[in-house]
Design a protein around this ligand. Structure first.
Ligand code: SAH
Length: 252
């Protein structure tokens, strides 16, 4: 079953109208998806639900669409943010793509003491998130928040939002990753309760002892364990988002 191509289009989607496509969208639709005049396309803009449209002019640079009808009502995702320390580029890209599929509302990269890469490419994040949203049948795009220092983010935290802190460490500084004593409670047992949430994932080297001490003292923070093994940051992000969506989000 071939599904019609799905495009995010930042244009008003209202009653029948003729919509011009930019070069990028025209190229994708006509050259990559090899669609022609008369073919159907599905459009969303994050506000007006999903609409069916037909290709009126299959111009490779300036295609035109005729909007037909709304096929899905607008629906959002749960109010869940992902805070993560950027890791190597390919793995960071994976985190952005999977977070989009797993229905986060905001993607919030943060720099921590041990973060390797101090910069991110917001445009690349937006393009990855847009492609993932088109593929995953989302009706909105996750918001990409500019990179910020974790300490500053915590200083100005909205305390109505629970921060689920994925803490890989134990309390014994002399053992790798702090050993087993003092590990946080299992994430499954720390979930529940309505309200906005956020998940925090650290960098390749984990969080510093100072970061861990500060986080564990904050009332809005819930330290959680993702089990006895040390997961790669991208694995931890996917696992934590999955657990949260299944227990608190829109998977039920
Ligand atoms: N060295 C590995 C992983 C470092 S830990 C790498 O190269 O990616 C990366 C982050 O994943 C941690 O800061 C924590 O937020 C999360 N994490 C990994 N394993 C975890 C566990 N067992 N419990 C809780 N969080 C974990």
């Amino acid at each position: 079953m071939t599904t019609d191509p799905r495009l995010y289009l930042d244009q008003e989607l209202s009653s029948a109208a003729r919509l011009p496509l930019g070069r990028e969208e025209s190229h994708y639709l006509i050259n990559v998806m090899r669609r022609s005049a008369g073919d159907t396309v599905r459009l969303f803009n994050g506000r007006d639900g999903e609409w069916r449209a037909e290709i009126a002019d299959a111009n490779k640079k300036h295609a035109m669409l005729d909007l037909a009808e709304q096929t899905r009502q607008q629906a959002g995702v749960p109010d869940l943010d992902l805070l993560f320390a950027p890791v190597k580029r390919a793995k960071t890209d994976l985190i952005v793509e999977k977070a989009t599929e797993l229905g986060v509302k905001r993607i919030r990269p943060v720099t921590t003491t041990r973060t390797q890469s101090e910069r991110i490419n917001e445009d690349r994040f937006r393009s990855i998130a847009r492609e993932a949203a088109e593929q995953t049948e989302r009706l909105d795009l996750p918001e990409i928040v500019p990179l910020a220092k974790l300490d500053r983010v915590l200083d100005s935290w909205d305390e109505t939002r629970t921060l689920i802190y994925c803490d890989e460490a134990g309390d014994d500084g002399a053992r790798p990753w702090g050993g087993d004593d003092g590990r946080a409670a299992a994430m499954r047992d720390m979930l529940g309760g309505p309200g906005p949430a956020a998940i925090l994932i650290g960098p390749e080297g984990g969080f510093s002892p100072q970061e861990r001490d500060r986080l564990r003292q904050l009332d809005f923070v819930r330290p959680v364990s993702l089990g006895p093994r040390i997961l790669r940051a991208e694995t931890a992000a996917i696992a934590a988002l999955t657990l949260w969506q299944s227990a608190c989000g829109d998977w039920s």
